[in-house]
Design a protein around this ligand. Structure first.
Ligand code: ATP
Ligand code: MG
Length: 551
């Protein structure tokens, strides 16, 4: 890589930043949302154009490595050409038309990024899913979405085949793998002979682009419809000020491709800022591999889940040197302030926490120039007007707890989901008064920072009539999770041999001391593990259902 300073001169700087600034102004309400918008032609092809005339730092668009030592490095031009070929594969061999839906269940392989952009070019609606899905989950997604095509790899193909009889909408199956498989089209073979000549469709800003199934933390996963402009334009501000990305940066986000965080931090945010998307196709999360990757490659910006940061600081990364790393972000679940502090000691870099949902872009974040308040979600990200509201949608006084909400009247932000597909009741119920309700509880402090308290679904009404919220404590070695004032506890190895009765008493006394005494868990159960979603979120409903079944 050439150093940006050698290729990037004063006058050109303005031009390069114009793309991001233009979309940032739309987020800030200074410019109107365009009637037509397509991320592939309006953002990526523009970067390719600037790259061609040397008005962009010599940074690849996409840099992919695998645990087997393979490497792919594409410029915006190369990526553009391959994604056009992919668009032709989808339209021709797979027979997909504009508006059709396609499910993509792939590990972090380059083809996933090509498919995303190819779908934008052809107006096809992409539905990403995680490789951890079972045959039953795949069937649920195929039936609910009525997808006409599915793309997956050799590992998951048998699971897809086992549910074909129930998938009456499916017309074609595309495999990303080496060998051929009966009944499947082979992506690599088709790509090799496809034409790079493709005219991007003209999409309206509000046309459908993506369908995401939510994580299913609180119930069945919901189908969230996102428009071209929502994710396509909505990350300009958070990309620039939360992730602090520029065209000279290299961003690595570790998310699985099936989780919305991959779209946020491995596609839309870095690319609207002209940054390089770095991907390591790791089969498993191993702290050593993460640390070695941060040492070996010139990664400037790193994003991973709070649980992953916890594993990294436990592993202790102080002995590694991360020469290029300057900025870290996280989100998706609460970041323990202790983890932030340890990461700062071990690496010298802060972690900037953000908050959002599949339904939204970044709602709040610890952005550039703000003092980080450890444990807070930071401040609202434009264009969102974030308030704390009561059950009638009325804004509560500062400092009081309520539901975290986003103003939708008189104008619904363009970067909020269009609807829960085929679920008008749920879509309608998500708005109360002038606000979209996130379903999360929190409060706003005097300086306008938002603090996350818990999910509204998890509120416990104790016998004394107090509302008690769920919370997780991550002390250095132990993790406790409370429900219905019963605690399910996974003991760290060092505590397994302790007297359980004594431990229970000690824990109860501890909780009485650190919180209001009525919140202490009257019941305690030690378990081997906590039920979690594929993205690592604790599924309290599973614990609750098990508990109710006992009664
Ligand atoms: P479902 O809606 O199906 O129950 P889900 O809400 O877990 O699943 P996602 O959209 O992936 O699905 O997750 C968004 C949720 O994750 C938020 O509503 C919030 O509860 C939680 N979350 C996101 N960021 C943070 C954060 N920084 N701190 C605490 N919780 C967070
Ligand atoms: Mg949710």
């Amino acid at each position: 890589l050439r150093s940006p300073s050698r290729t990037f001169h004063g006058n050109n700087r303005l031009l390069t930043f114009q793309i991001t600034s233009h979309y940032e102004s739309i987020n800030q309400g200074k410019k109107e949302l365009p009637e037509y918008f397509n991320f592939a032609s309006d953002v990526l092809d523009e970067w390719a154009r600037l790259e061609k005339v040397g008005r962009k730092p010599a940074n690849p668009a996409f840099w992919w490595v695998s645990d087997k030592g393979e490497e792919v490095k594409w410029s915006f031009e190369e990526f553009g050409s391959l994604s056009k070929k992919t668009a032709n594969v989808l339209s021709e061999a797979c027979g997909l038309r504009r508006g059709d839906r396609i499910v993509a269940i792939l590990p972090r392989v380059p083809e996933w990024w090509l498919l995303n952009v190819a779908c934008m070019r052809a107006g096809i609606v992409l539905i990403p899913g995680t490789s951890q899905l079972t045959a039953k989950d795949i069937l649920y997604r195929l039936q609910a979405s009525k997808a006409k095509c599915i793309v997956t790899n050799d590992t998951l193909a048998p699971a897809v085949e086992s549910v074909l009889s129930g998938s009456e909408f499916l017309k074609s199956k595309l495999i990303v793998g080496q060998g051929s498989r009966d009944g499947w089209l082979n992506f690599k073979e088709l790509l090799a002979v496809a034409s790079a000549d493709h005219q991007c469709v003209k999409t309206r800003s509000q046309d459908p682009m993506l369908i995401y199934f939510t994580s299913g933390t609180t119930g069945f996963p919901k189908m969230v419809l996102q428009s071209h402009s929502s994710y396509g334009i909505g990350f300009a501000v958070s990309g620039r000020y939360w992730m602090q990305l520029t065209p000279s940066d290299i961003m690595w986000n570790t998310s699985d491709t099936g989780w919305v965080k991959a779209a946020w931090s491995s596609l839309f945010a870095p690319w609207i800022c002209g940054s390089c998307v770095f991907v390591h196709n790791m089969p498993q999360f191993k702290p050593q591999v993460i640390a070695e990757t941060l040492s070996k490659y010139p990664i400037t910006t790193f994003c991973t889940a709070p649980t992953a940061f916890l594993m990294l600081v436990k592993h202790d990364v102080s002995s590694y040197k991360f020469p290029s790393l300057k900025h870290c972000v996280t989100g998706g679940e609460a970041l323990n302030p202790e983890v932030l502090a340890k990461w700062k000691i071990q690496t010298g870099v802060d972690i900037h926490e953000g908050y959002g949902q599949t339904e939204t872009v970044t709602i709040c974040a610890n952005m550039k120039g703000m003092k980080i308040k450890p444990g807070s979600l930071g401040k609202p990200v434009p264009p969102y007007d974030v308030q704390i509201v009561d059950e009638h949608g009325a804004v509560v006084p500062q400092g009081e707890e309520g539901t975290i909400a986003v103003r939708v009247k008189p104008t619904r932000p363009f970067c909020l989901f269009s609807e829960y597909l085929d679920n008008p009741e749920k879509t309608a119920a998500s708005v109360q008064g002038d606000f979209y309700l996130t379903g999360d509880r929190g409060f706003m402090d005097k300086e306008g920072y938002i603090w996350f308290v818990g999910r509204a679904d998890d509120i416990i009404n104790s016998r004394k009539g107090f509302g008690i919220l769920n919370f997780n404590f991550h002390f250095s070695q132990r993790m406790y999770s409370f429900i219905v004032v019963k605690a399910f506890i996974v003991l760290a190895p060092a505590f397994v041999s302790h007297d359980p009765e004594k431990l229970i008493h000690e824990l109860q006394q501890h909780v009485k001391k650190v919180t209001a005494p009525y919140k202490y868990p009257r019941k305690v159960e030690f378990v081997q593990e906590l039920p979690k979603t594929a993205t690592g979120k604790i599924q309290r409903k599973v614990l609750k259902n098990k508990e109710w079944a006992k009664v």
